[in-house]
Each structure stands twice: as structure tokens, then as C-alpha cells.
Ligand binder design. Structure first.
Ligand code: C2E
Ligand code: CA
Ligand code: CA
Length: 471
């Protein structure tokens, strides 16, 4: 019996052997409160108050059971925040938590009472869209669209303006599955598509997505074999000193010649290697090969090797690099390692230590794809880089005054930090001229050379060649 003041009393009546009754009144307020607390802990996320992963799965199970009997359709949305990790890293965990709470509130404000919102992982949320009067597909899609928009509105966290986005995958029951694992897997495939399509959008599961996933699996198996047979090739693209036309270094770029599909671009297979746990082995092979090849290049030319953030996860990256250098006999200062800011996003503390140990070996470290991320500037000061490579997107827009302004400040910063600067993706002599007038000393791109096999590299300055021809 619950009293208005909140007290809960348990009342039981028992017959006594010798005749008559006994009534027991027991105050169980405390016991009930702690049972409720345990129930909440088991089923709800303590930060946001939303359902947790357990309750989310139970609710899908229950909805599936109802739908088998009555056949009303429902839908499951999986929702992943974009760039949450960088906010968390930049502003700290407390702000990260505050942001998650506000996201949860925005999700709650968009759904109906009958729907269930859940937090199923660090920055992963989910919604079960209960049967509705309109067609389920329309109801779920319009909710997904509203969520993408609502979550993208700016936040104010502890006085800081913060902007994040979210990607959503959507699966409909019963069309896209009638078992929990099947529904979740299909919603997850749709989510994967949204993340790949540039994020801040939603996708609905389709059989085509499943076919693509199967194809990725085939590609992964083939890539595993190619790596095992050491069939991954390495091409080199020169980095040119703009003033003299001389080759200062070459960048090693992995190439996979597939027996049926021909050359598969690294943009496609590096991601497969990362997802399939093959990147460490692949990276080791490229590194070993690049060091070996570099010993046959002029002694003043460096070789640059790209490292995936996942290669930092294991503990032995430093050993691997040490071994590749020793095995090839390449002097440390001739090796350069290119990393992107993703190295700072994943387990930054450990990765920073690894980076410091690499630098201590005497190799140089370059920050790649500079400018495409959100907080590149802060990373430039977080570690003593030797070089920064300005992303092609800036060079493409070098004729705009805004771009020139940004490039000028990068040049200024690089001077202060004593970094060398490379412009990536240089495709025209007009771009070369503008780069030189900005004081950017190095360039790389199709204008000078595409990536070529070792034997195709030419060490002569093209300007010198042209001058000779003219003379
Ligand atoms: P990245 O490190 O930014 O490499 C530069 C990419 O831009 C190369 O593409 C190169 O061919 C291309 N490129 C160079 N100049 C021009 C230009 O003037 N115009 C255009 N349109 N493109 C230009 P690629 O070889 O397809 O490599 C793509 C990405 O794959 C690389 O981007 C790098 O992030 C990754 N990658 C390649 N090899 C490896 C590797 O061995 N390990 C790891 N972890 N990643 C690699
Ligand atoms: Ca690179
Ligand atoms: Ca790059």
C-alpha cells in the first residue's frame, strides 16, 4: 500500500494454527526504493535518463512479439554523433557529458510518448518508432530528418558554442527483419552508409546495402590474400622545391593491382584494411619497402610514409620503424612519417607518447591533410611537427581571397613554429606562381608528377631540363 507521503507498507494476512488471523504491517519504503534504483540502473542510462542498451533490446523484442500477432509495423533508428570525440577532447569530459544530455533532450522532444529513445553507447543513440497511423516508412523518415536537423542546431556548453551533427540508419519491421539481430544489423548497415555519405544525414536500409556489405567482405578476403602474398605495390610521388624544381622527397603511396578489377585506389582499400584489422601488416610492408627503395635514391632525397591512426594502437610501432630502418640501412633523417589529426582523436595520450618516441628516433613527422579537420590548428601546437602538408582543397581554391588569407596565416604560423610547408595537389603553373608569392616553398601534385613506380622516378629538376632544351 502506497501512502500519499511516499511511504510503502507491505500488509500480509495469515491464518493461525490455533484459529484466528494475524495481520503483519511492514514498512518497506527503503527496500522498495532500492529495488527501484536497481531497476533503473539495470534499464536506464544514468547520464541522460534514456533507456539503456538492455531495455532497448527488450523493447524491440516486445515490439517484435506484438507485431507478429497484430502485424503493425514499427521502425528502429540508430543514431551516431559526428565529431563528438573532438568536442570531448577539446572541452573535457564534463562538457562532453553536458552535450550528451542536451542531445538526449532534443531527441526526447522530437519523439512521441509511445516511442522509445535509448543511449546504447558512448555517443550512440537509438529510437524505436512505435506503430503510427501514417505509413511507417514516412513516419520514421520524417522523424529521422527532424532529428538530423534538431541535433545540428548549435549548443551552448559552459559558455562555449558547440556544433555537432549526427548520422542515422533506419530499418523497418517487418520489411527489413523480424529478429532483433537482423533489424539491428540492417539499421547499422544503413548507418554505415550515412557515415560514408558525408555524415549529417539518414539512410533507410535496402537490399543494395546488404549486397555492398557482402562485396566489402569479399574485398577484405582478397585484400588479406594480397597482403599475405606481399602483392601490395608502392608508388612514389615527388615533392618539389618550387624555387629550384628539385625533388626534395618522395611520398610512398600503396597500390593494389587486383587480378580482375585492375588498380584499386587506396582511398577504397585502406578503409577495408582498417576495418578488417589488416592495416598494421599492410603498413609494415609499405614501410619496409619504402625504406628499402629509398636506399637506391639520391642521398639528399627523403622518403615519406603514411601511417594510419590504427597503427598507433599496437605498442610496437616504434619497434617496427626501428626495424625497417635497421633492415634497410636507411639513415633515420631520411625517413618522414605522415600522420593525420585522427591520431590525436584516438587515445590521444598514448599516441602522443608514441609520436614523441618516434621523433626521438631521429625521423621527421609531418601533419597530413592539414585544414580539412576542425581543430588542426590546435594539433599543430600540440606536437613539434617538422612539416605540415596543406590539403588539396585549399590549393584548388587558391584564387579566392579567403583562401589566400588562410594560407598567409598558416605560413606565418609555420614560420613561428619552424615548420616546413608543402602544398598538396598542385595541378597548374598558375597555382605554383601563387604558392611562391605566398612564400610556400614546396609542392606536390600532378603538375609535377603523378605517383609512379620506383623505376619511373626522375631526379632532374624539370625547370633545368626545360632551360637546357631552350638553350
Ligand atoms: P594522401 O596521403 O593525401 O596522398 C595524396 C593523394 O593525392 C594520393 O592519392 C595522390 O595520388 C593524390 N594526388 C597527388 N597529387 C594530386 C593532384 O595534383 N591532383 C589530384 N586529384 N590528386 C593528387 P592516392 O595515392 O590515391 O592515396 C589516397 C590516400 O590513401 C592517401 O592520401 C593516404 O591517405 C592513403 N594512403 C595511400 N597509401 C597509404 C599507405 O601506405 N598507408 C596508409 N595508412 N594510407 C595510405
Ligand atoms: Ca600523405
Ligand atoms: Ca594528404
Amino acid at each position: 500500500m502506497q501512502f500519499p507521503d511516499g511511504r510503502v507498507v507491505y500488509i500480509s494476512y495469515g491464518r493461525r494454527e490455533g484459529g484466528g488471523w494475524v495481520a503483519t504491517h511492514e514498512d518497506i519504503t527503503e527496500r522498495k526504493a532500492s529495488a527501484d534504483r536497481i531497476e533503473r540502473l539495470a534499464h536506464y542510462d544514468s547520464l541522460t535518463g534514456l533507456a539503456n542498451r538492455n531495455l532497448f533490446k527488450e523493447r524491440i523484442d516486445a515490439a517484435l512479439a506484438r507485431s507478429r500477432r497484430l502485424e503493425p509495423a514499427f521502425a528502429v533508428l540508430l543514431l551516431d554523433l559526428d565529431k563528438f570525440k573532438s568536442v570531448n577532447d577539446a572541452l573535457g569530459h564534463q562538457c562532453g557529458d553536458a552535450l550528451l544530455k542536451q542531445v538526449a533532450d532534443r531527441i526526447k522532444s522530437q519523439i512521441r510518448d509511445a516511442d522509445t529513445a535509448a543511449r546504447i553507447g558512448g555517443d550512440e543513440f537509438a529510437v524505436i518508432v512505435a506503430p503510427s497511423r501514417v505509413a511507417m516508412c514516412d513516419a520514421a523518415a520524417s522523424l529521422a530528418a527532424r532529428l538530423v536537423q534538431a541535433i545540428a542546431e548549435p549548443y551552448h556548453i559552459d559558455g562555449h558554442p558547440v556544433v555537432i551533427g549526427c548520422s542515422i540508419g533506419l530499418a523497418l519491421v517487418p520489411e527489413h527483419g523480424t529478429r532483433v539481430d537482423e533489424v539491428l544489423r540492417n539499421a547499422d548497415l544503413a548507418l554505415y552508409r550515412s557515415k560514408n555519405a558525408g555524415r549529417s544525414c539518414f539512410h533507410i536500409y535496402s537490399a543494395e546495402l546488404k549486397a555492398e556489405a557482402d562485396q566489402r567482405n569479399v574485398l577484405e578476403i582478397e585484400l588479406r590474400e594480397a597482403i599475405w602474398r606481399e602483392e601490395i605495390e608502392v608508388f612514389y610521388q615527388p615533392v618539389i622545391e618550387l624555387g629550384t624544381g628539385r625533388v626534395k622527397s618522395v611520398e610512398a603511396l600503396a597500390r593494389w593491382h587486383h587480378s580482375i578489377r585492375g588498380y584499386i585506389p587506396p582511398a577504397e582499400f585502406i578503409a577495408v584494411a582498417e576495418a578488417g584489422g589488416l592495416i598494421v601488416e599492410l603498413g609494415n610492408q609499405v614501410l619496409a619497402r619504402a625504406c628499402r627503395d629509398a636506399t637506391s635514391m639520391p642521398a639528399d632525397v627523403k622518403v615519406a610514409v603514411n601511417l594510419s591512426a590504427l597503427q598507433f594502437a599496437g605498442t610496437n610501432l616504434v619497434d617496427t620503424v626501428t626495424f625497417a630502418l635497421a633492415q634497410s640501412g636507411l639513415p633515420q633523417p631520411r625517413l618522414e612519417l605522415e600522420i593525420t589529426e585522427s591520431v590525436f582523436l584516438a587515445d590521444s595520450e598514448e599516441n602522443l607518447k608514441t609520436l614523441q618516441r618516434l621523433k626521438a628516433l631521429g625521423v621527421s613527422i609531418a601533419l597530413d591533410d592539414f585544414g580539412v579537420g576542425y581543430s588542426s590548428l590546435s594539433y599543430l601546437t600540440a606536437f613539434p611537427f617538422d612539416k605540415v602538408k596543406i590539403d588539396k582543397s585549399f590549393i584548388d581554391r587558391i584564387d579566392r581571397s579567403e583562401t589566400v588569407a588562410v594560407l598567409k596565416s598558416i605560413v606565418q604560423l609555420a614560420k613561428t613554429l619552424k615548420l616546413s610547408i608543402v602544398a598538396e595537389g598542385v595541378e597548374s603553373s598558375e597555382q605554383v606562381r601563387r604558392l611562391q608569392s605566398l612564400g610556400i616553398p614546396l609542392g606536390q601534385g600532378f603538375h609535377f608528377s603523378k605517383p609512379v613506380p620506383l623505376a619511373g622516378l626522375s631526379w632532374q629538376a624539370p625547370t633545368a631540363r626545360r632551360k637546357r632544351r631552350a638553350a
